[in-house]
Design a protein around this ligand. Structure first.
Ligand code: NAD
Length: 411
């Protein structure tokens, strides 16, 4: 199943609970604008290569549209469209004044030099600079892009529109970025995991956690939960996976990854395990923090963790979701639990507009507050309406967007 189908199903469940009309559903599901542009660049070899870039601006009923820019060979319009809608519901769940957007270039960034990527990024900005900006649509890093790419975007945008640091977020701290943006998604995943454990009356120290993915989100989640005295019993990435029932040495894992280009391969402090084994491990909390669609009809029955925390975007297919529902496995949905990144992006945008700097403590404090409040609202709605946390999160997000759309006037 494509992730667009899965997210469509989750939307429909919430729309049914909210009793939305067919007309409103169609309005909320249709993107405001979808752009596809040609990006011709000269490679270092002197050859010309042409790439395709996309930006989908899904909805701006609650504020300027916000969403990442992904560089990956499999980027296509369908994927970007799906992720743009997901951003609209996500910003609404945590109640920050943004809509949703997403962009991407169909490209393998690992095969281009830094100078080539710089040129590709700037040509993309040349093609769409009139369509985004601080009050319209604000890109951010996503898979395959990083703070440096965001710096190129700001620099190129400035050539047309003057000094505008708020036109993009996730910038380097030394170039109008903010401390704490990098860790924000993992911190949010970690802090909401602790909130859930407390809500369920479970003891936090010693909680056994398995994490799939050891990139930006996986590493910061592991660090946060390790500091909270949870036991990280398994981790994996695209190169390897490791298990240790007494808990892995997280600082050693982080040092190993840092010394090996982010890869876990070659770590010696645990038994080797596969990604399939990690997903079926006997543990208390399972955190998919890598790819979408990893929990599906084929492996849902094998999952043994009573709690799943969706750090990745769209890791659970609807068939698996139904199995988890039936088996009373608690699933904390992506649009709530991984919203820390976009929330910290909002802080960066606010500070850029005020030409002011908050400092790391205020960033963390505000982040914990906003995510904590959103968690409480989703939890209450889930209890009062007797629906899953996912349906409750979609109801909250979709309901807020629908209300703002009506208040703003449709015609
Ligand atoms: P990343 O590129 O930094 O890390 C991805 C990790 O997944 C790497 O460790 C990689 O080796 C691993 N991986 C790739 N293929 C795998 C496979 N087949 N099996 C196991 N592991 C595999 O990406 P990230 O920023 O950490 O994002 C991870 C997920 O979180 C994505 O779904 C992303 O959309 C989502 N997300 C990220 C943010 C953010 O702020 N970075 C915000 C919201 C959602």
């Amino acid at each position: 199943m494509r992730s667009s189908d899965a997210i469509g199903i989750y939307f429909r469940r919430a729309a049914d609970e909210l009793d939305l009309s067919d007309g409103t559903r169609r309005l909320l599901l249709t993107a405001r604008r979808e752009v596809q542009v040609q990006i011709p660049v000269e490679l270092d070899s002197g050859e010309v290569a042409t790439f395709i870039g996309y930006r989908v601006q899904h909805n701006n009923a609650r504020g300027p549209m916000k969403g990442g820019l992904r560089y990956h060979p499999q980027v296509d319009l369908d994927e970007v469209r799906t992720l743009a809608a997901l951003m609209t519901w996500k910003t609404a769940v945590v109640d920050i004044p943004y809509g949703g957007a997403k962009g991407g270039i169909s490209i393998d960034p690992t095969r281009l030099s830094s100078r080539e990527l710089d040129r590709v990024t700037r040509r993309f900005v040349d093609a769409i600079h009139d369509l985004f900006g601080p009050d319209v649509d604000i890109p951010a890093p996503d898979m395959g892009t990083n703070p440096e790419v965001m710096a190129w975007i700001m620099s190129q945008y400035g050539k047309y529109h003057g000094f505008s640091p708020a036109c993009v977020t996730g910038k380097p701290v030394e170039y109008h970025g903010i401390p704490g943006r990098d860790e924000a998604t993992g911190r949010g995943v970690g802090s909401l995991t602790l909130k859930l454990l407390s809500r369920l009356g479970r003891r936090i120290p010693g909680t056994r956690v398995a994490i799939q993915g050891f990139g930006n989100v996986g590493t910061h989640t592991a660090r946060f939960l390790h500091d909270a005295e949870c036991r990280i019993v398994a981790v994996s990435d695209a190169t390897a996976g490791f298990h240790r029932a007494e808990g892995l040495d997280v600082p050693a894992l982080l040092r190993h990854a840092q010394a090996h280009g982010g890869r876990l391969e070659g770590f010696e402090g645990g038994d080797v395990l596969s990604n399939a084994e990690l997903l079926a491990l006997d543990c208390d909390v399972l955190i998919p923090a890598a790819l979408g669609g990893v929990l599906h009809a084929g492996n849902a029955e094998a999952v043994r963790a009573p709690i799943i925390v969706e750090a990745a975007n769209a890791p659970t297919e609807p068939e698996a979701d139904e199995v988890f529902d039936r088996r009373q496995i608690t699933v904390v949905p992506d649009i709530l639990v991984n919203a820390g990144g976009v929330t910290a992006s909002w802080f960066e945008w606010v500070q850029n507009r005020q030409h002011y700097q908050w400092g790391i403590h205020r960033v963390r404090q505000e982040l914990d507050r906003i995510l904590g409040e959103a968690f409480e609202q989703v939890w209450q709605l889930s209890s009062s309406r007797r629906v899953s946390l996912r349906t409750a999160a979609y109801m909250l997000g979709v309901g807020r967007v629908a209300r703002a759309t009506v208040l703003g006037g449709i015609t």
